[in-house]
Unconditional design. Structure first.
Lengths: 507, 333, 324
């Protein structure tokens, strides 16, 4: 399969830097015609940046992209499409009011005279594509009437309109049922026989071993090598993804449990998560590990009063509490550093100081007015403690680097002196230096008696900071580990729905 | 899945249910309350209703495609007035003195051209500067109205051409001339939105502009064409109305933008773009006119129509939101 | 070209463009007609801008919190008609608080619909524009409203009086601007208004009760409208029931001209006052240089588009829109 034929797509030494971050540092790999090539790496390893380079959204600073061994420049997403690179994105980009056929042929609807749509040709062409996908809806169906999974099939149908050189699937199974997955894999097999190169991005080991031929691994923006799927093991892949330093940075220390700060019993919220029970002690860091969509963030949002639980109870210091809004949560001493700092954490058009003091602005007053002195005092204190690099508090939050933005959000919630601090993806999209600072900070907080919950999709992070790790899959807790018990194998099994776990797909 | 289908039906069907309700209500209530002996559901009455719907209706049909695009046009009232002035004034221009009644088509063309140009100015600004259509047309609403006033100050612009009046007051097959125009525009717009590439692209542009760009739709020119179209329709509305009345006050057309938007929203089109239907907008236009006439029929102050329409508009928005609520596990932000 | 807009002079022009434009206008008009800078003239302009200005102060709160208020024009008609009607019935001393109470109820309804029910503010206030217009017409029976004894009432002091040589409407406008300016810039409430408009989700995640803040902005807006209605009624002591018609958009124009973004999160009371004054001085200046009264609308149009365009151009770092 590999070797003899010329690759359909080849990347050579791609470098892409953003202010303060080297997102891609010399990435090279190639995709053969008829090959399913997995691209793996942790969140923040550079996969999405690489795909944006390939899709014409970003231009590489160095390196070349070759299609059929000829160097090309991807000027725009439209240009990439014209050159035969097709993306199946996680986020759908469909017009809900239009029919399936219209969406599949969007931008190139067949015309008759006077700009009329040639419906017959449109629907016939579309029907031919849908037949390949073996879907149960017709070209005339309105897309808004389809389920999310079927909408995704429409996206895939779109990719089949043109003779694609390479199709990139980005976590395509995230919202598919098992039956739909089988259809998807058949489609991929069909594409293979037509000599299309496929890049398959996924965290799910089971799928990787089922359908891919080779696996390229990225770590911290660098290319770690390509493995042949049939000759490798989960351990090897994981090691490539995480690196050898893993064992050195493991956090194993004697578990000295203080009083229980937070206890959750049988918590559920609709379809999002069910039967969640756990305890967090004072001075302890509990890590929540799982795939995106496993329900971790939703638990945090429920604890913070942003969702209404449908069952179960929450206890703080042994007393049952009702949390109906973030106002309640804050009053009870719960703080949440949210997953998405730009959308949920910061008001980007506001300065650093005002962002940091926002939750307590009512209390920082002199008479009816906000007290400048009190605000600046808090800002200075946490700027020094968290080593936030900013020219001054007047700087707009939107002008800071990702790491410093995240520190502002953390400072905002530390200054509330919470009993329970929840941090959701604390280091997503920030540079390595800031990462380890934030990790140390989290450890330090626990040492000072805070009860901390860390939600993360990055295994080294979870292993580094947690005293205990709770693994989740598909809305349920599958396993709970103390730091001493953890191995990467067990952890990956627990979060990926492989044997031994009890997620709802496995049931 | 069926739920989604049902919601969609409900969204576009609700307006016809509302019209039926109005008809029944005003007929029954009219029996007890009406001072006159006339029946509400009288053919002449209904024909008049269509005729009276025409000016706002023609504009509202154009507003539908603008709103499906995710834009809005607040300048239609001023465009309407300026086109009307060009229509009536151009008939008195010395250049055209020798044309006799042939001045009518010339003036019509000039008026329609005025509308298209004014629309094109809006469209070009939206396209090239990237300023939100709300602000662009808010500005041009003031600007175009300024031009209207600069034309003849606060004096009305009048010119009665009896051939034109006869045409405008005529009826063919029992249907008034303005009604024919309204129906023709409705059919043409329906055809445009359901059968042509341009019309179908309008939904894609409004639903997800970035995706439309990535699919190769030239979004800028697309938006420009739609603004020219609504300019044209605002002018056509003026042509239809002022051919009969023969006199323009500089304040004419004020608040038309609000009435047109109300009709479109009643018809189920979303402000955020991506969905909407010409047929439902037509229903929205009829519903508003029915309300006007009906309230008059049962002896309510005609002024209350504003009150009722305002309340209904908000109620529609509220019901729409209730229909789309996801349940209690939704994120409370 | 692209670089010009993202840095240096271009950036300054874009950020402070409105002040630069204002200064240029003032210089231009002064050169064209030396009467322009005459204190009496300036006083006259501010005085005639006061009613619009008072309304714009309230709408500034609404716009900064990320919403719109298109109902202020018809609400102002309502306030004016109500206070004139009640003046003869229950006397001015009771009429004024009664009118304020009724106007605040309208503001509370809008605030409830937009804040607590989270309905789109454009449509809600559009509906309220129509509904309040209907209410006013019904209330007045479609007739104009006049005070019977125009000479013998102290009610005229708000619109026509003077204190130490300053017209009362100017004093009320400036006092209200100072008060609301401090509320917006210096109080916890003002901070929350910016947070809600800048990023409503992040505000919620920070424990701010968003609905309550939005509700309050509409209460403030309606209180300003009631004040404007009082000034209007007191100035003319009689009124048509459509006196405020169309003002909602002029008010919005003034606020946008001042640099508030319709997306929310930016703008200040001071800038809104500048926006109001620009509108006033353009009108006055164009008249003084001999242009028609109505040319001001065309000039306002051009200025609004330019102001917003430059603002956007500076933010995206390029002059022309990237849309193909």
């Amino acid at each position: 399969m590999s070797g003899q034929q010329a690759p359909v797509l080849r990347l050579e030494g791609i470098v892409k830097t953003f202010p303060g971050v080297r997102a891609l540092d010399g990435v090279s790999f190639s995709v053969q015609p008829g090959e399913v090539h997995a691209l793996m790496g942790e969140n923040g390893a550079g996969k999405s940046t690489l795909m944006k380079v390939l899709g014409g959204i970003h231009q590489p600073d160095e390196g070349r992209i070759l299609i059929d061994e000829k160097p090309v420049v991807m000027a725009s997403p439209l240009d990439a499409k014209a050159k035969g690179i097709v993306f199946i994105h996680q986020e759908l980009s469909l017009a809900r009011e239009l029919s399936v056929a219209e969406n599949v042929f969007l931008g190139e609807l067949p015309r008759k005279a006077f700009g009329l749509v040639d419906w017959k040709k449109l629907n016939d062409d579309c029907a031919a594509i849908l037949e390949k996908l073996r879907v149960r809806f017709t070209p005339q169906t309105r897309v808004g009437d389809l389920s999310i999974a079927n909408q995704q099939m429409v996206e895939i149908a779109r990719a089949l309109v043109h003779e694609a050189k390479a199709v990139i699937f980005d976590e395509p199974t995230a919202s598919l049922t098992d039956a739909e997955k089988v259809v998807l894999f058949d489609v991929i097999a069909d594409l293979k026989t037509h000599g299309v190169g496929i890049i398959y991005i996924s965290h799910r080991m089971e799928e990787i071993f089922r359908i891919t031929d080779r696996i390229s691994v990225l770590r911290d923006g660098t290319y770690r090598g390509t493995l042949v799927t049939a000759e490798t093991t989960e351990e090897e892949i994981t090691q490539q993804m995480i690196g050898r330093k893993l064992d050195l940075t493991r956090n194993i220390r004697p578990v000295e449990t203080g009083d229980v700060a937070l206890e959750v019993r049988g918590l559920a919220c609709g379809d999002l998560f069910q039967d969640i029970s756990f305890k967090v002690h004072k001075g302890e860091v509990v890590g929540f590990y799982g795939l995106v969509g496993a329900g971790r963030t939703e638990i945090a949002e429920t604890l913070f009063g942003l969702r209404t639980p449908t069952a179960g109870s929450i206890h703080l210091d042994g007393n049952e509490v009702t949390i109906e809004s973030p106002v309640d949560a804050i009053r009870l001493g719960i703080s949440l550093v949210p997953e998405n700092r730009k959308e949920q954490g910061l008001v980007l058009s506001m300065n650093c100081r005002d962002n940091m003091t926002l939750p307590q602005v009512d209390d920082l007053t002199a008479g009816p007015f906000v007290s400048d002195g009190a605000e600046v005092a808090i800002f200075d204190q946490y700027r020094d403690r968290l080593d936030i690099k900013t020219p001054g508090w007047r700087q707009l939050a939107g002008n800071l680097s990702g790491g410093n933005q995240q520190k502002i959000v953390i400072g905002k919630w530390l200054s509330m002196k919470p009993e329970v601090l929840i941090v959701d993806e604390p280091t997503r999209g920030i540079d390595v230096g800031s990462k380890s600072e934030i990790h140390n900070l989290i450890r330090d907080l626990a040492a000072h008696g805070y009860a901390v919950i860390v939600i993360s999709s990055e295994m080294p992070e979870v292993l580094h900071v947690s005293d205990r790790v709770i693994a989740m899959y598909s809305g349920r807790i599958t396993k709970e580990f103390t730091a001493a018990e953890i191995t990467e194998d067990k952890l990956i099994q627990a979060i990926s729905g492989l044997n031994g776990s009890s997620g709802k797909d496995a049931a | 899945m069926d739920n989604a289908k049902l919601k969609n039906r409900l969204k576009y069907g609700a307006i016809w249910g509302f019209i039926a309700f109005e008809l029944i209500f005003f007929t029954v209530a009219g029996e007890y309350l009406s001072l006159s002996d006339k029946v509400f559901l009288d053919l002449d009455n209904m024909m008049l209703l269509f005729k009276q719907s025409a000016p706002i209706g023609i504009i509202a049909l154009g507003m539908t495609i603008i709103m499906i695009n995710g834009n809005i046009d607040l300048s239609v009232g001023a465009t309407f007035a300026l086109s009307a002035i060009v229509l009536l004034d151009s008939m008195t221009w010395p250049v055209f003195a020798g044309l006799g009644d042939w001045v009518i088509p010339v003036s019509w063309l000039l008026a329609l051209l005025t509308g298209v140009v004014l629309g094109a100015v809006n469209g070009l600004i939206v396209w090239k500067t990237g300023v939100d259509a709300f602000i662009v047309t808010l500005g041009s609403m003031l600007g175009y109205r300024g031009l209207v006033f600069m034309y003849h100050g606060e004096q009305p612009t009048s010119h009665l051409n009896w051939t034109l009046v006869d045409f405008a007051e005529a009826s063919f097959l029992g249907i008034h001339t303005p009604t024919w125009f309204l129906l023709a525009v409705a059919v043409a717009m329906w055809f445009l939105m359901t059968r042509t590439v341009h019309g179908r692209n309008a939904y894609a542009v409004g639903d997800n502009r970035e995706a439309a760009v990535n699919a190769g739709i030239r979004v800028g020119p697309h938006i420009l064409v739609n603004f020219m179209l609504i300019g044209f329709l605002a002018a056509l509305s003026a042509v239809v109305f002022y051919s009969e009345s023969g006199s323009v006050n500089p304040n004419d057309g004020e608040l038309y933008e609000l009435w047109a938007i109300t009709a479109v929203v009643l018809g189920g089109t979303k402000l955020t773009g991506g969905s909407g239907s010409i047929v439902s907008t037509f229903g929205g236009v009829i519903a508003i006119q029915l309300l006007r006439k009906g309230l008059g029929h049962i002896g309510a102050d005609t002024e209350t129509v504003n009150l009722v329409i305002g309340v209904i508009l908000i109620a529609v928005l509220f019901l729409d939101r209730q229909l789309n609520i996801k349940g209690r596990e939704e994120l409370k932000t | 070209m692209a670089r010009f807009w993202s840095s240096g002079l271009g950036g300054l022009l874009a950020r402070q463009g409105i002040l630069v434009a204002f200064a240029l206008f003032m210089i231009g008009f002064t050169l064209a007609n030396h009467r322009f800078l005459d204190p009496d003239n300036i006083m006259g302009v501010v005085r005639s801008s006061a009613i619009l200005g008072v309304m714009a102060l309230g709408v500034t709160f609404v716009v900064i919190s990320g919403n719109l208020d298109l109902s202020v024009g018809s609400m102002m008609s309502f306030s004016t008609i109500v206070v004139l009607d009640l003046h003869d019935r229950i006397g001015p001393a009771l009429a004024i608080p009664a009118m304020f109470a009724m106007t605040l109820v309208l503001g509370a309804i809008i605030g409830f619909l937009v804040g607590y029910l989270k309905l789109n503010s454009l449509i809600v206030t559009l509906g309220m524009l129509s509904a309040i217009h209907g209410l006013t017409l019904t209330y007045s029976g479609g007739k104009n409203m006049d005070i019977a004894d125009k000479e013998g009432t102290w009610f005229s002091v708000f619109g026509q009086g003077e204190i130490l040589g300053f017209p009362v409407p100017i004093l009320i406008f400036l006092a209200l601007a100072a008060f609301l300016g401090i509320v917006l810039a210096r109080t916890p409430f003002g901070r929350k208004v910016y947070a809600v408009g800048g990023n409503g989700v992040a505000a919620t995640f920070s424990g701010i009760r968003r609905a309550r803040v939005v509700f309050a902005t509409y209460l403030i807006s309606s209180a300003c409208v009631a004040t404007a209605g009082l000034l209007q009624a007191s100035r003319s002591l009689g009124s048509q029931n459509t006196v405020g018609q169309g003002m909602e958009l002029e008010v919005l124009a003034a606020v946008i001209l001042g640099g508030a973004s319709l997306l929310g999160g930016s703008g200040t009371i001071f800038k809104t006052v500048i926006g109001v004054l620009i509108l006033g001085f353009i009108q006055n200046g164009l008249l003084l240089v001999g242009l028609q009264f109505y040319a001001q609308y065309v000039v306002t149009w051009i200025i609004i588009i330019l102001a917003v365009w430059l603002d956007i151009a500076a933010k995206r770092g390029r002059l022309w829109s990237p849309i193909a």
